[in-house]
Design a protein around this ligand. Structure first.
Ligand code: 5GP
Length: 193
């Protein structure tokens, strides 16, 4: 990330982020509840810079918190944005489904996406707010493979490297770009990598 934009995100996390028990960072005032569009725009510009050499025709995310950064990027790149749903709509045909374990909610849920919007041959960039253990990302990889499409990169606003999802994804050969990497939240102190 260019120094200026990384510093901006880092300072914002330090100023407004709150540590919860169990290694969870709350960023409700600018990413997860109230949204800061200007910050999200700057982060999207950074994603564009980092994925400049990667060809993709679609941005994929997962509801709900990935939608804001994904739509900002899709808007800037004029690309469609698809979000995987966490609940199967009764009206959805041609479904792809997988299961994801959420450690923040401590439960497994179904994630689905219509085959109408995730198609064979699609080259997909996945965007999400957080990368922790990588379970959401693994579910997305499964959905994309079922569709006969390809994940060409994964971008996260915040990676918590102490939960090692990033190690797994990078070992699969996926280009993973995280704009802020947190190496520890021990003692409720935010430590960047
Ligand atoms: P993973 O599947 O990589 O373990 O966790 C990623 C998902 O869990 C993200 O989609 C995000 O919504 C949620 N998540 C993981 N860690 C945190 C966290 O520290 N804070 C918040 N707000 N969400 C998190």
């Amino acid at each position: 990330m260019s120094n200026a934009s990384f510093e901006l995100l880092k300072q914002r996390i330090l100023r407004d982020g709150k540590c919860l028990e169990g290694g969870i960072l709350k960023v409700d005032s600018f990413i997860n509840h109230q949204l800061d569009p200007e910050l999200l725009e700057q982060m999207s510009v950074e994603f564009i810079r980092r994925f400049a050499k990667v060809k993709f025709n679609k941005i994929l995310t997962i509801e709900a918190s990935g939608i804001a950064p994904a739509i900002m990027l899709g808007f800037l790149l004029h690309l469609p944005v698809v979000f995987a749903k966490k609940k199967k709509p009764s009206t959805m045909d041609h479904m792809l489904t997988t299961q994801v374990f959420s450690f923040t909610k401590n439960r497994t849920y179904d994630v689905c996406c219509s085959r109408d919007f995730l198609c064979p041959g699609d080259k997909v960039l996945f965007i999400d707010d957080f990368l922790a253990n990588g379970n959401a990302a693994k579910g997305i990889i499964d959905l994309v493979q079922q569709a006969g499409a390809e994940v060409v990169g994964m971008g996260f606003l915040i990676e918590k490297s102490f939960q090692h999802g990033g190690d797994y994804l990078r070992a699969q050969g996926i280009q993973v770009e995280s704009l802020a990497v947190i190496k520890s939240l021990n003692n409720c102190t935010i430590e960047f990598a």
